[in-house]
Design a protein. Structure first.
Length: 858
């Protein structure tokens, strides 16, 4: 598929600009609408050479592969079956040929063995007849002695198988023996007295009894040669004419060489012992063999013929090897054809899968592809291109510019782009264009162009890929608008927003307000960070600061860094509320974001309020003193009057001359005590009205109560009310502003005393109680101080209103006392409230001051 290859290589080039390695760069720094090469071509890259094959048997499952092969190449079995049938038929033919040949050999063997048997028999019978005729002649005594020898010699000469002829008389002594030189003749001569061998004797006996020719059992001489004796009776005096056959000679002389060449003939006695063989050449075990009996004549001798294997049957063998060779060749050619076919079918399958995959990919691709030839004629468009433009393939392929999808207003611009494309000057980062669909609607697209090079490396045209960027463009515009909005908001904020890199003192971001205050300097960020960032530590060449956060994700730092704190910048004499948190900057690095709001005005107002409060508290204390001025004067008057009285008495006594210094000592001591009393009152008043900064410190509760009761007592005494206190033991140390708490207690005691003024109960003497105790609570221990009176109590409806500023039921009352008391107690994290007493007489003002928090702050 050269076209596909061409197409794909061009497509790759078209979608990957030469200088771009990532998608973001490919779009010329515009990641929002950059076509992702991975999305477009990823599957092609990922596709392995084997992928997509319809039946891919896993390696190792050879049987599955085999099954696949059979399923796909069953037709290949037909020649195989034919070859097998051919081979079998050839085998059967060869086997039957072999069998026929064997049968022929067997028949020849039978024939030849029978012929040899006849030959031997006839020879023996003929010899037998000759000797019998000679015996008859001897019996008839027709010839002279010498003639018999001559006849016998004639017989010996004509029949070489007879090695010895002799004439024995009735005593078995030889009359003559021929040849006289033979070993048998000499034996007969030398051993006249020796008994003959039993075989020979038996033969004699048998011949004598039957008066017929008798053959002996085989005799064996010292050399192992076998012989057979034939005794012919001479019907006269029990004489015998004997002839000794060499059994070997029978075979050698009686059988023609053409037979002995083809067979090994053996004479076998009845004990199955081989007496002689024509040859010592061995015959194979499976050689054909045939045995016939010779007897008569002979003594139970058998003739056996063993066929030698025939000389090589060249045509037959050649035929056999030809068949075998041809079969092998056929099998090999079939196998190689089979292999070739299976490879081819596999390649076909792979090709088919590849083709269908590429077709599917081409159809499902969302990127429009267009190929132009060197003249600008459209040679190819993919389905996505058709879908995008709304034009059919037929409408586009073969067209020259202007193309139907060019918007009428952009014709010139489009023509310019096409010209650039054909000159190979199209921008590597692609270009944007508006595309008009067939229905008249239009969209924005981005085109990338690359040269189309065929498989032989020839430049044949230009490949373009088109991506619809309407949506990314809209998203980008929206993003830009959102960014503008965001920037506008940030820029117009009345707070300084800055982001500082944590690894170096570099300002990553600063809004307008920050820039107005500090310019583009990181110094401002550090100033706003206050004491938390050591300026020496965070410097451009110090990296220790980074190490403190190294490896910590921003999420872990955030909980510790997102607090708000108030920072005073001395250079600017301004207060800022600074909120700070660690964020992951756009480059992934840790950065510190700070938002600083100018709170100088608020701080000034708070300071004013605080000072106002202080003044109010001070004024209130002065007012209290003023209210108690008459009581104070009265109270001071008493010791002063007493001092005066004591001094006057002492003077009188001194004038009278009656007194001694001892008498004056108690008087002077009393005078001093009264002066101390007056001094104490004055010092308390001074302490009470002293203008000082509110300051919390450790103080003894007993001292505070004692001072307060001391002051309140002035009024109480005047109104004949008694103040009783009950304080916790051991003495308690609290962390408070003692003057303010004393002010509260004085106020409450004075109110209590005033509430009881004019009540009938007073005649009996009213009592105001101050009880203090420590109680455990949910958030720790707290000290509870109750001021209990016996006055009219408080109306439920106005219970809460008592604490409002300027609420007073008294004609001369300011109505600020309780309000100040509550704010003092609350500034100590405590509570102040009022409850009517359970017995219905009077009410109790209750103070709760937490001990823990007071100490904790300490
Ligand atoms: P002032 O004493 O100047 O009126 P306060 O704020 O001290 O201002 O008291 C406000 C009002 O609360 C008093 O006018 C009085 O009516 C009421 N009040 C204060 N203490 C008691 C009390 N112990 N028993 C009854 N009413 C009280």
């Amino acid at each position: 598929m050269p076209f596909f290859d061409r197409l794909l290589s061009s497509l790759r080039a078209a979608m990957l600009p030469p200088d771009a390695s990532g998608s973001a760069k490919a779009a010329g720094g515009d990641p929002a609408h950059a076509p992702s090469p991975a999305a477009g071509l990823g599957p092609i890259e990922a596709l392995g050479p084997d992928d997509g094959a319809p039946v891919a048997a896993p390696r190792g499952l050879w049987w599955l592969r085999w099954r696949n092969l059979v399923a796909t190449s069953w037709f290949m079995f037909i020649p195989l079956v034919a070859i097998v049938l051919f081979t079998v038929a050839m085998g059967v033919i060869l086997w039957s040929l072999h069998e026929t040949e064997r049968q022929q050999q067997r028949d020849a063997l039978y024939r030849d063995a029978a012929w040899a048997q006849q030959r031997v028999r006839l020879s023996l019978l003929s010899n037998q007849d000759q000797l019998a005729s000679l015996a008859r002649d001897i019996a008839a005594a027709q010839l002279e002695q010498g003639a018999y020898r001559t006849a016998a010699q004639e017989i010996l000469r004509e029949n070489p198988e007879i090695v010895f002829i002799n004439w024995l008389d009735a005593t078995k002594r030889g009359r003559w023996s021929l040849p006289s030189t033979s070993e048998f003749a000499s034996r007969l001569r030398e051993n006249q007295d020796q008994p003959l061998e039993p075989e020979v004797l038996d033969t004699f006996d048998a011949a004598r009894e039957t008066q017929r020719v008798v053959y002996s059992r085989p005799l064996v001489n010292e050399r192992g040669d076998s012989f057979m004796l034939m005794e012919v009776p001479i019907v006269r005096d029990n004489e015998f004419l004997g002839a000794l056959y060499s059994i070997n000679g029978i075979l050698t002389h009686l059988l023609p060489p053409e037979l002995t060449e083809r067979y090994r003939f053996s004479l076998i006695d009845k004990n199955n012992q081989t007496r002689a063989s024509t040859s010592l050449r061995p015959v194979p075990g499976n050689a054909l063999s045939y045995e016939v009996l010779l007897d008569p004549p002979g003594h139970s001798l058998s003739l056996r013929a063993d066929a030698y294997p025939p000389a090589s049957n060249l045509p037959n063998n050649m035929l056999l090897w030809l068949v075998v060779g041809l079969s092998c060749f056929l099998l090999w050619s079939l196998w190689s054809m089979w292999r070739h076919t299976s490879r081819r079918s596999e390649a076909q399958r792979a090709l088919l899968a590849e083709t269908s995959f590429r077709r599917a990919m081409e159809n499902s691709m969302l990127i429009g592809l267009r190929a132009l030839d060197l003249n600008g004629r459209i040679t190819y468009v993919n389905p996505a291109f058709c879908r995008m433009t709304g034009w059919q393939e037929n409408d586009l392929v073969g067209r020259l510019p202007p193309f139907p999808y060019w918007p009428p207003n952009d014709q010139q611009e489009m023509q310019k782009q096409i010209d650039l494309t054909l000159q190979g000057k199209s921008p590597a980062g692609g270009y944007e264009m508006r595309v008009m669909r067939r229905d008249g609607s239009s969209f924005y697209a981005r085109m990338y162009v690359s040269p189309l090079v065929d498989s032989r490396g020839r430049h044949t045209g230009w490949m373009s890929s088109m991506t619809d960027i309407t949506e990314p463009k809209r998203a980008r515009e929206e993003l830009a608008a959102a960014h503008d909005r965001f920037t506008t908001v940030l820029e117009s904020l009345d707070a300084a927003v800055s982001v500082l890199a944590t690894d170096k003192a570099e300002l990553l971001f600063a809004n307008r307000y920050y820039r107005q205050l500090f310019g583009w300097e990181a110094e401002g960020h550090l100033k706003l960070a206050g004491d938390d960032l050591d300026k020496d530590q965070v410097s451009s060449d110090n990296t220790d600061y980074v190490d403190a956060y190294a490896g910590l994700p921003a999420s872990e730092l955030m909980p510790y860094a997102s607090d708000a704190r108030e920072v005073f910048v001395p250079d600017m004499q301004k207060w800022f509320e600074v909120r700070r948190r660690y964020i992951q900057w756009v480059d992934g690095h840790l950065a510190q974001m700070q938002i600083a709001t100018d709170i100088t005005v608020r701080k000034a107002a708070e300071e004013m309020a605080r000072q106002h409060e202080e003044r109010l508290q001070f004024t209130s204390r002065l007012t209290t003193m003023g209210e108690m001025a008459s009581s104070l004067a009265h109270e001071l008057n008493q010791p002063l009057a007493a001092i005066n009285n004591y001094c006057m008495g002492a003077v009188a006594r001194l004038h009278s001359g009656r007194s001694t210094p001892e008498d004056l000592i108690p008087v002077l001591e009393k005078t001093s005590a009264q002066a101390v009393r007056a001094g104490t009152i004055i010092s308390r008043i001074r302490g009470f009205v002293k203008r000082s900064q509110p300051q919390r410190r450790e103080a003894a509760l007993h001292d505070i109560v004692a001072d307060a009761v001391g002051l309140a007592d002035l009024e109480a005494t005047r109104r004949r009310v008694t103040i009783l206190t009950r304080l916790p033991t051991p003495p308690l140390t609290v962390y408070v502003d003692p003057v303010l708490i004393e002010q509260v207690l004085v106020n409450l005691l004075k109110n209590a005393v005033e509430a009881m003024a004019g009540l009938p109960a007073l005649h009996a003497g009213g009592v105001v109680r101050l009880h203090a105790r420590v109680e455990p609570g949910e958030i720790g221990d707290s000290v509870h101080i109750d001021v209990i009176d016996q006055g009219p109590g408080v109306d439920e409806a106005t219970k809460e209103r008592l604490f409002e500023p300027f609420f007073s039921t008294k004609s001369d009352g300011m109505g600020m006392g309780l309000n100040i008391c509550r704010s003092i107690i609350e500034s100590h994290q405590g509570r102040l409230w009022v409850e009517n007493n359970a017995d219905g007489i009077g009410c109790t003002f209750k103070i709760m001051l937490p001990l823990q928090s007071a100490l904790a702050e300490h």
